[in-house]
Design a protein around this ligand. Structure first.
Ligand code: NAP
Length: 302
């Protein structure tokens, strides 16, 4: 009872504040919309400004630069493609740092490496701001339904204050300690996912070469210990050759690359994951980057 009252109070406090959101991509748009639906006053920015329009129609205010969003907001979230995007939005002209002043907070939800995240964290804290890295597990569907898993690290007091915002985005928020641990956790999870997707596509391709019925393979996998939501969701899409992006292949390639770099830095040899990286690199070379990551099945079967 006490905890519930406490959370409600914190939620209301945050509701009187302004939230900024940078990056209206596949993930950013529905996440920003969920914050808006929860009643937060929202300011948005995207490099391609047109992608802000649906949010503006829904009641958000668009700004013309990250600096302007950060200057107007109490807490700014960012959901950007990769380390280069996260750094350019933070450090670039009219970027986050130009609007950052003591008392403000910045939450980077993008999947980046630990080095990038620490760089951004240092710059924000040196400007007097508070920082949280918060990459998410879950794809377009969970982003739309507010069912992501947030892997946060950095400023603990900020994490606690954001619980009502995180409630709008996620079914679970986990605090992992110092900046870098969220990024590393996210890379570990996606590295496993990339390797499993590669093996899944190879299994389907091999089965078909042997004359096995592809739907039968999915049925047998679903009945056993390897049954999982990814096979259940992506399996039928692979068979239907429906590669509309929920998680773009280029981002899985990026995540495998960053996980490979983490392996090299820590001295952990990654045999299967490096094979998966070269498979996804081949898919990138074949021009499949904008497709869903399950389009790697094309590379496997061709
Ligand atoms: P996306 O649809 O490709 O969106 C990427 C966003 O980054 C867009 O807003 C894009 O702006 C912006 N961007 C790219 N380069 C930029 C630059 N140099 N400067 C400024 N903005 C830049 O990607 P997404 O699927 O939403 O994913 C976003 C992040 O979440 C990635 O790190 C991804 O790995 C991670 N993630 C994705 C999923 C998923 O299932 N999709 C799940 C979990 C985590 P423009 O619109 O102007 O190009």
């Amino acid at each position: 009872m006490h905890t519930e009252l406490h959370h409600e109070k914190k939620g209301n406090e945050l509701k009187n504040k302004t939230i900024g959101f940078l990056g209206m991509g596949i993930m950013g748009q529905p996440m920003a919309r969920n914050l808006l639906n929860k009643g937060f006053h929202l300011m948005v920015w995207n490099r391609d400004a047109d992608k802000c329009l649906p949010l503006v129609e829904a009641g958000a205010q668009a700004e013309t630069s990250p600096a302007k969003v950060v200057a107007a907001a109490d807490v700014t979230f960012a959901m950007l493609a990769d380390p280069a995007a996260a750094e350019s939005v933070c450090f670039g002209p009219e970027g986050v740092l130009e609007g950052m002043t003591p008392g403000k907070a910045y939450v980077d939800l993008s999947t980046v490496d630990d080095f990038t995240s620490k760089n951004i964290a240092q710059a924000i804290t040196e400007s007097g701001g508070r920082f949280l890295e918060a990459p998410v597990s879950g794809s377009k569907g969970p982003a739309e339904n507010g069912q992501l898993v947030i892997l946060a690290a950095g400023d603990r007091s900020l994490f606690d204050e954001l619980d009502s915002a995180f409630d709008a985005l996620a079914k679970k928020s986990i605090f992992l300690g110092e900046v870098g641990q969220g990024a590393r956790m996210k890379l570990v999870v996606n590295m496993v996912m990339g390797g499993v997707m590669g093996a899944f596509c190879e299994g389907l391709a091999l089965g078909e070469k042997c004359g096995l019925d592809a739907e039968g393979i999915l049925e047998v996998l679903a009945a056993g210990a390897m049954s999982n939501p990814m096979f259940a969701g992506k399996g039928p899409q692979i068979l239907a050759k429906d590669f509309a992006p929920a998680f773009p292949l280029k981002h899985m390639h990026k995540d495998l690359r960053l996980a490979g770099e983490l392996g090299a830095k820590t001295g952990q040899y990654l045999n299967i994951s490096l094979s998966a990286l070269s498979l996804f690199a081949e898919a990138m070379d074949a021009g499949l980057g904008e497709n869903d990551f399950c389009a790697v099945s094309k590379t496997v079967s061709e």
